[in-house]
Write a protein that binds this ligand. Structure first.
Ligand SMILES: Cc1ncc(COP(=O)(O)O)c(C=O)c1O
Length: 434
């Protein structure tokens, strides 16, 4: 089984309580409080190695971790140690990998509206590649690079006419997307980079066809379209472009309803199109979710419960939509377990968050052992797009994150304090109390 086909981290086991990374979750909660993001280092490193193993026969395939899934200095350090480059989309993500001591030539800067400040930072830190998303950016990047006397390696972000999410995948002539150049705009931008934007060095093309993808045959179509386009550009403009970035997207198992293909299956599907035609092309893949999701769990404490007469039973936990916005944003499903007992008596409850929105429901209708106030709940596969999408809604402090491995736990992100919440605020003098 590939890690992305598991709901739980590979180290999850029952002893007296639920253990993860050799650590008793109840002890973790005593030490660090809740809500608590827990990252299991073994699971994280195992999935990185699965990617490397699956693609080991293609020395033209390079792995970039999509930082947007989870970005902090420790995670960047681990991914760097595992040999991954980084796809980044903001000054914050770039600065994070920089602080982790990453070789910045292994970093790609991507995004549909990079600001001048962000581009300048990326140029000053010598970020290795820019994925140029639109005409405005090409002009801006060329101007800023020229001002610094730099020549910048770029890819062109394109929308290849494939859209894929979980089971559906469609190929259309045109996709209505805010990202990238439409296929019909490619000649114009290639002409501009060749003849006008002298500080931009065009290396190839970049695309991303969706997220939580189970239908991995869609990548074959994507690579075919990108390769054809690359060959067409090379012959039309007498160029030698030799890089394709095919984006991320491999799905993971959040609940038993999910049946994602393995990382090896992804590599096998790509084998069919990584052929003679592409052997001189460097192919970048940039998974995010499938790298970090399964390694992460979130621990919560149960507080109040409410039985609606003749209706649902709500069990409220001390977190919710601010630490995990995915269920309220797009009805994402999760699996959960009680950490501190395995009562045989079970009941169906709705795990609700503590935030002031009726939609703040973490899991609808889940069967769990009968819960009491003070019980600890573990929600699985929260490593991706949870911490990175978290907010301070309701003025609640963001949770801490710990890294666990072989019975050791280390704080990697401190819990926010009330002082942190007000630290950057300034009261205008005229409003101050004497
Ligand atoms: C350009 C690009 N690359 C990679 C990713 C990572 O996708 P995933 O986390 O689904 O692997 C995304 C996600 O939105 C993306 O936009």
């Amino acid at each position: 089984m590939s890690v992305n086909q598991l709901i739980k981290p590979i180290t999850a086991e029952w002893k007296e309580n639920l253990n993860i990374g050799g650590c008793d979750t109840v002890e973790l909660v005593k030490k660090y409080g809740t809500p608590l993001y827990v990252m299991d280092e073994k699971t994280l490193r195992t999935v990185c190695r699965e990617y490397k193993e699956a693609f080991k026969n293609y020395n033209n395939v390079k792995m970039m971790y999509a930082s947007k899934a989870l970005s902090n200095i420790t995670i960047a350090t681990i991914l760097d140690q595992e040999g991954f480059g980084f796809d980044t989309v903001s000054a914050g993500e770039i600065y994070t990998v920089y602080k982790a001591g990453v070789d910045m030539t292994k970093v790609l800067f991507n995004g549909n509206n990079k600001t001048e400040r962000e581009i300048n930072l990326a140029l000053d830190l010598n970020v290795g590649r820019f994925s140029v998303d639109n005409f405005h950016e090409a002009e801006l990047l060329n101007r800023l690079a020229s001002g610094k006397g730099k020549f910048i390696d770029i890819l062109l972000r394109i929308t290849p006419g494939i859209e894929c999410h979980t089971h559906d995948y469609i190929q259309t002539g045109q996709i209505d997307s805010k990202f990238g150049f439409d296929l019909t705009q490619i000649d114009e931008i290639v002409g501009l980079t060749k003849n006008k934007y002298k500080n931009l060095i065009l290396n190839g093309l970049h695309a991303h066809i969706g997220s939580q993808i189970f239908e991995i045959k869609s990548y074959q179509d994507e690579i075919k379209i990108l390769t054809n386009e690359l060959n067409r550009i090379n012959s039309t403009y007498d160029l030698n472009l030799n890089e394709l970035n095919i984006g991320g997207g491999l799905g993971i198992k959040y609940t038993n309803l999910d049946n994602p293909p393995s990382i090896q299956e992804l590599a096998n599907v790509l084998e069919d199109v990584l052929n003679e035609q592409t052997k001189n092309i460097t192919i970048y893949i940039e998974p995010g979710r499938s790298i970090v999701a399964t390694a992460g769990v979130t621990l919560y404490t149960v507080g109040s419960t409410k039985q609606v007469p003749n209706g649902r039973k709500y069990v409220s936990i001390d977190g919710g939509m601010a630490d995990n916005p995915r269920p309220s944003m797009y009805q994402a499903l999760y699996s959960a377990e009680v950490c501190n007992h395995r009562n045989s008596e079970e009941e169906i409850v709705t795990l609700s968050g503590r935030y002031c929105e009726s939609g703040d429901i973490l899991i609808n209708n889940i069967k769990l052992p009968k819960l009491n106030s003070g019980d600890i709940i573990c929600v699985y596969s929260t490593g991706a797009y949870n911490y990175s999408m978290s907010s301070n809604y309701n003025r609640v402090e963001k949770p801490a994150m710990v890294l666990v491995n072989s019975g050791q736990s280390d704080m990697i992100v401190n819990r926010e304090s009330l002082e942190d919440l007000v630290a950057r605020e300034v009261i205008p003098n005229r409003l101050r109390k004497e």
